[in-house]
Design a protein around this ligand. Structure first.
Ligand code: TXA
Ligand code: MG
Length: 317
């Protein structure tokens, strides 16, 4: 028997809330999601309201199994099958042609739907008990830092959701990687599965969005994942001591001196650990009352690409 970080009663209450149109925040292996039954148009509309999310930005649908997947998509092309075999359940989202049952509010009017099968035991138990696919964006106000702990959700949206399931800190700390399957496999968002691993399964994937589809992955908006405090990407040795006193610092490996608050993502230089700490560290430094957060760039390979994607967007003004 799997031991879950939430009780049976909590899960039952969460599933009952979802089945009756409620909004439940829950942990996944990537970040916390803000969930509603995917086929419940009113509940889906509430998610957009709670997050103050623009209507053109579609949600990801979470499924427990192939049966729930079949309720969302028209078909699963061979390339998608190979990715499913390699990475599901896990942090890979596939964009496939949607079924009738998936409403156009959820997909921002697109003919496709983003789907993934999460591996987190609480997310899986919730999907099974609810008996329906669950639409869930990251549980943060639009454009803000993603939540990797239940406390982050409670602080930003606590009074606006019906329930928060606390599963502790999330494992990956970065959102899922997103691949558009047709017409050509295309990376829409760097995420918890490095693109190199995806390419090892299906060969080269396109990195640029096809022409005429700029709003295809609104997570690619230049300004996103931002703390309230201005973020600056800069090599630590370039910051004079007198510029440090009122600022905060997020280093990759070695904590920097002279700052009013300073954290390191991974003293050992491990990108996986750095990814897992990224959003929590930014949430903490954002609360430090600093004028600015100086962030040290990380190497741009493997998970480093996803970390740098979040930091670049977070620092764009
Ligand atoms: O790890 C994750 O993916 C988390 C957890 C909760 O599962 N969810 C998440 O959702 O990051 P959200 O809403 O923060 O990001 C979803 C991204 C957005 O950038 C959206 O534009 C894109 O997925 N997306 C959703 N449906 C799409 C579609 N049909 N075509 C292209 N992009 C889509
Ligand atoms: Mg998000």
């Amino acid at each position: 028997m799997v031991c879950l970080p939430v009780s049976d009663e909590q899960l039952e209450r969460a599933a009952a809330l979802l089945r009756t149109g409620g909004i439940v925040a829950f942990p996944t292996e990537t970040v916390y999601g803000l969930g509603a039954v995917a086929f419940d148009g009113l509940a889906v509309a509430r998610i957009f309201e709670i997050k103050a999310r623009p209507r053109f930005d579609p949600l990801i649908v979470h499924v427990a199994d192939r049966q729930q997947l079949a309720q969302c998509v028209i078909d699963v092309p061979p390339v998608a099958e190979r990715l499913i075999a390699a990475f599901w359940p896990g942090p890979l989202t596939l964009v496939l042609r949607k079924c009738e049952a998936i409403g156009s509010l959820l997909t921002g009017g697109l003919a496709t739907v983003a789907v993934r099968m999460p591996s987190h035991p609480v997310a899986r138990a919730l999907l099974e008990r609810t008996g329906s696919p669950i639409a869930a964006p990251s549980a943060n106000p639009f454009g803000g830092l993603s939540p990797t702990r239940a406390e982050h959700v409670a602080a930003a949206l606590g009074d606006r959701v019906d329930m928060i399931l606390d599963g502790g800190p999330t494992e990956y700390g970065l959102e899922s990687s997103i691949i558009l399957i047709e017409p050509t496999p295309t990376l829409l968002r760097h995420g918890a599965i490095p693109v190199e691993q995806i390419e090892a399964v299906i060969g080269p994937v396109q990195r640029d969005i096809p022409p005429g589809s700029a709003t295809l992955a609104p997570g690619r908006l230049p300004h996103h994942y931002a703390p309230h405090t201005p973020l600056r990407l800069i090599a630590p040795e370039r910051v004079p001591m007198q510029e440090r006193t009122e600022a905060a610092s997020l280093a990759f490996r070695r904590v920097q001196s002279g700052y009013r608050a300073a954290l390191s993502l991974s003293p050992s230089g491990d990108l996986r650990i750095a990814a897992a700490h990224l959003f929590d560290a930014l949430h903490r430094l954002d609360a430090a009352g600093a004028t600015r957060i100086d962030v040290e760039p990380v190497p741009e390979s493997g998970l480093g690409s996803a970390i740098m994607d979040r930091l670049t967007r977070g620092s764009a003004r």
